[in-house]
Write a protein that binds this ligand. Structure first.
Ligand SMILES: Nc1ncnc2c1ncn2[C@@H]1O[C@H](COP(=O)(O)OP(=O)(O)OP(=O)(O)O)[C@@H](O)[C@H]1O
Ligand SMILES: [Mg+2]
Length: 292
């Protein structure tokens, strides 16, 4: 599908894909897509950072290529690896047939034995891909520096094969939960958008888009309670994902309000100490009075 021609069109297209973006996010995505700029999304846990990349791929008919970052991730896992097992088998087959010319050895480091990892795949797929670099804050400094290099020219050189370059770059979406500060150099290269918790009305809309079968009255009650939970000083405040889960759970159990909230708190509160705080304030959280 062609890219959108306005921020409004971007918002509408995302909505059709089941994602409700506010104007700021829709604008950032519109610019990122139109001007080929990577976009860095930061925000609390569960506010829809990863989801938006998935939906972008779906609505624009692009392939989603995901690079999940973690502590200790290295360039092999991100770019490409040689398929050692198959290389070994090939070598054995060669020696059985007594062939050991230099050509046969060269082939060992040819395309047949190359395992494509997300970054190489994204460079090859070019503008038919959305490259999601998820949770970049979990990777270490060196990996970030290496990423910066890839993002700056979308070119990867493989000594044994040559250079692979994207004709037009993929849309790159990076996400971070801010467990650490990212480097300025990386930030400078990207458009930036902070995704906040949605306002209550918007959150109700999001839950209903995701779970159209649930009664709006129940959803409003759940959202009101979740918003109050976020005002408490919890170690793990609930994200939108938890709101959806809680609504789904209550709906499944046939509840129409939060009278039995205590039994279903496991859908929203996922930390033992938090649970105590919440239980101490349950009345205010589920009643309508402001929690303290
Ligand atoms: N604006 C939105 N429109 C539609 N769905 C949303 C929106 N925001 C969040 N969601 C829902 O919330 C769920 C959680 O979102 P997602 O996994 O993208 O969060 P995240 O920000 O990546 O969280 P984490 O930091 O834990 O990775 C999604 O599966 C989606 O259903
Ligand atoms: Mg995520």
């Amino acid at each position: 599908m062609e890219g959108p021609e306005s921020v409004g069109e971007m918002t509408e297209t995302l909505r059709q894909g089941g994602y409700l973006a506010d104007r700021g996010l829709a604008t950032a995505l519109f610019v990122a897509l139109s001007l080929n700029r990577p976009i860095l999304l930061e925000g609390e846990v569960g506010v829809g950072k990863t989801e938006v990349a998935k939906v972008m791929a779906a609505v624009f008919g692009r392939k989603l290529i995901r690079l999940q970052c973690y502590e200790g991730i290295d360039t092999n896992q991100a770019l490409y690896e040689w398929d050692y097992a198959r290389q070994m088998l090939h070598i054995r087959a060669l020696s059985e047939h007594q062939v050991a010319d230099s050509d046969a050895v060269d082939k060992l480091f040819g395309p047949r034995f190359l395992l494509e990892r997300p970054l190489l795949e994204a460079v090859r797929t070019g503008d038919q891909a959305v490259l999601l670099i998820d949770e970049i804050d979990r990777a270490d400094d060196e990996f970030e520096a290496f990423l910066l290099e890839v993002l700056s020219d979308f070119q990867i050189s493989i000594p044994e094969i040559g250079t692979v370059k994207a004709a037009s770059p993929p849309l790159v979406v990076l996400t971070s939960n801010r467990t650490r500060e990212l480097h300025d150099a990386l930030k400078r290269r990207c458009l930036y958008h902070w995704i906040d918790y949605p306002a209550a009305e918007r959150e109700v809309e999001i839950v209903l888009v995701r779970e159209p079968g649930i009664s709006a009255a129940l959803v409003r009650k759940v959202v009101a309670a979740v918003q109050r939970l976020r005002e408490l000083d919890l170690a793990k405040p609930p994200g939108v994902a938890e709101t959806i889960d809680w609504a789904r759970t209550l709906d499944f159990l046939g509840e129409s309000d939060l009278a039995n909230a205590q039994d279903t708190l496991g859908a929203v509160v996922k930390d033992r100490d938090d649970l105590e705080v919440v239980l101490d304030n349950l009345q205010e959280i589920t009643s309508g009075a402001r929690g303290t």
